[in-house]
Write a protein that binds this ligand. Structure first.
Ligand SMILES: NC(=O)c1ccc[n+]([C@@H]2O[C@H](COP(=O)([O-])OP(=O)(O)OC[C@H]3O[C@@H](n4cnc5c(N)ncnc54)[C@H](O)[C@@H]3O)[C@@H](O)[C@H]2O)c1
Length: 283
């Protein structure tokens, strides 16, 4: 019987030696590539005769799917299907799955870290210390006002695995309340969170801190754009650790200059890494 062939298109780990050893013990033919940004033809060549494809960020679009001869399963090594054409895969009878708990604690911690960094103006504190060191005296004025999380309202847009972890991590900061926007929230999770479920506009208007944790798809592409920024409070903080395409960074730049929101903590970009001319990085 022919060996099962598993191919990894791209990965972020330093190496996949452990995985290679496990597959070798199982008699599986296992090969790995780094084809995240490779031309389609090269990607197809690498995975054309794979039974199982494991993919991190490489785009598995219809052109790639057409080139697969015997693939029955594509595993997304991460959360979200935004780099895989799942509908087309279904037409080719290929099952697509992902790893729901991949980096979920790390992303929630990243969101909390960015909330703290914006609220306590971490970047400005570092700059202030450096400048004060040079002048030999404290120069506090540029950093004022510095805000506290106490009595603030947190808004969570998308409260699935990561959003609800952020929810629970944030409950010891003495917040006034936590608001949730999630039209598809599972009933069991809604009951356990015990926070009001509101519309997107209500969460944007009421919250001091807004953190986004939805998937990226046609419904959420640029979910936060100019009209939504205009609804936010002047001193509010916007955090995005979900997917770059959910927040329009081009319009966010102008919004930050006009003060709504007041601060942004961005972990993900529509085009990665972000280009040099992305103005928001100058703020
Ligand atoms: N930055 C990273 O490295 C990284 C790593 C892992 C996951 N992520 C991203 O984090 C996000 C959340 O992941 P998760 O594991 O919590 O997913 P999840 O599926 O558990 O939760 C997503 C939640 O968003 C809700 N939702 C869907 N559409 C919505 C909409 N239009 N408005 C409001 N809520 C909506 C869903 O009902 C669900 O509760 C995903 O975009 C994922 O790709 C990023």
């Amino acid at each position: 019987m022919a060996k099962i062939k598993v191919v990894v298109t791209d990965y972020i780990e330093p190496n996949l030696d452990w995985e290679a050893e496990q597959f070798a013990q199982m008699g599986v033919d296992f090969s790995t590539f780094q084809l995240k940004n490779a031309p389609t033809v090269e990607l197809i060549r690498a995975i054309a005769d794979a039974d199982v494809v494991i993919v991190n960020m490489a785009p598995i679009n219809e052109d790639v799917l057409k080139g697969l001869k015997r693939t029955r399963l594509i595993i997304r090594h991460g959360v979200g299907y935004d780099n895989i054409d799942v509908l087309a895969a279904s037409r080719y009878n290929i099952v697509v799955s992902y790893m729901p708990d991949y980096c979920m604690h790390e992303v929630a911690e990243q969101a909390v870290m960015l909330i703290m960094a914006c609220q306590r103006k971490l970047n400005q504190q570092i700059r202030l210390t450096e400048e004060s060191r040079q002048y030999g005296k404290w120069i506090f004025k540029p950093i004022y006002p510095v805000f506290s999380l106490h009595e603030k309202t947190l808004g969570i847009i998308g409260c699935g695995r990561i959003g609800s972890l952020v929810h629970s991590m944030m409950q010891n900061f003495g917040l006034k309340c936590t608001l949730i926007c999630d039209p598809y929230l599972a009933e069991e999770r809604r009951r356990s969170l015990n926070s009001p479920l509101l519309s997107l506009n209500e969460v944007l208007r009421e919250s001091d801190i807004i953190t986004v944790h939805t998937p990226l798809g046609p419904e959420t592409y640029h979910l936060l754009d100019e009209p939504q920024f205009n609804m936010m409070k002047p001193t509010s903080i916007l955090i995005n650790t979900a997917r770059g395409g959910i927040v329009n960074l081009e319009t966010l730049n102008d919004a930050l200059i006009s003060g709504r929101p007041g601060f942004a903590g961005i972990d993900v970009y529509e085009h990665e890494p972000p280009t040099k001319d992305l103005a928001i990085l100058d703020n």
